[in-house]
Design a protein around this ligand. Structure first.
Ligand code: DGL
Length: 273
């Protein structure tokens, strides 16, 4: 048994979807969450920059003595390979687990991928899915969504609904029966995707799938903490999320959500650059 926290990180609030699943699967926690809200979005940045910022996030989490990490962000999972492969603790990303879930969910082999520009550009998410289905993925960059969701736009926001409707056009035209929500912010508005794509299209929540895979692996590696009480979770952000986003988080976590500020200097002071 290992009482150290599991570190979960994202550019903002998207990774909270992984926290929700972890708390459900692994009572006894604890969990330390880090969102780099001061510097989000990551999805428009070049890969080298995403890798450098990821090094700062994981560096801080490792200094807090985490026993394992979940990169609860499609953009980081696909663009920060250099950092993620050199970590001294197990690290789980969102790609493998979500690709696996999509391959299992699809009935006609046609899978769509909605994600940030950096994730689509990397090609890594689509490749992992294609390796399993043997068919080309319909991959759609959705640059407007994560920042809008981060600022509190929900499924009933007309501007957000218009953007999702436009991004879903290629998915509808290609006849996909499964869509991977490959940015962890998108499951926060899953009902909007369902409204536009129709209830017969299966949606894959990449953060939830990553948390399931991590929980499974941690059980096998005897990395769990003792106890059945709800996991104690500490939420740290480099800029405090706006009120509307906090409400989204509260609604999604189903309980109180108290974000605490982590000044950016705490991350950058240790940066090697
Ligand atoms: N939540 C992040 C992801 O899964 C992206 C948001 C951003 O662009 O920062 O890709």
């Amino acid at each position: 048994m290992d009482p150290r926290p599991i570190g979960v990180f994202d550019s903002g609030i998207g990774g909270l979807m992984a926290v929700r699943m972890l708390r459900h699967l692994l009572p006894g926690g604890p969990i330390l969450y880090l969102g780099d809200t001061a510097r989000m979005p990551y999805g428009d940045r070049p890969a080298g920059e995403i890798d450098r910022l990821t090094g700062e996030l994981t560096g801080w989490l490792l200094r807090q003595n985490v026993k394992a990490l979940i990169a609860a962000c499609g953009t980081i999972s696909c663009n920060a390979g250099e950092t993620l492969q050199q970590l001294p603790v197990p690290c789980f990303d969102v790609v493998t687990a979500a690709a696996e879930a999509a391959a299992q969910a699809t009935r006609n082999g046609k899978v769509g991928l909605a994600a940030t520009s950096a994730t689509i550009r990397s090609g890594c998410f689509a490749e992992e899915i294609e390796r399993r289905t043997g068919q080309a993925v319909t991959a759609v960059p959705c640059p407007l969504l994560a920042p809008m969701i981060e600022h509190g736009a929900g499924p009933d926001d007309p501007a957000l609904a218009a953007a999702v409707a436009e991004y879903c056009q290629p998915l509808l035209q290609s006849g996909v029966d499964t869509v991977v929500l490959g940015c962890t912010h998108y499951p926060l508005i899953a009902e909007l995707f369902t409204r536009i794509l129709g209830p017969e299209v299966s949606l894959i929540d990449c953060a939830g799938e990553a948390a399931k895979a991590a929980a499974e692996a941690m059980k096998e590696q005897h990395l769990l903490a003792e106890g059945n009480d709800p996991a104690v979770t500490e939420y740290r952000f480099t800029a405090l999320p706006p009120q509307a986003a906090r409400q989204t988080a509260r609604r999604m976590l189903g309980e109180d959500f108290t974000p605490r500020l982590l000044p950016l200097e705490k991350l950058t002071a240790f940066s090697t650059e």
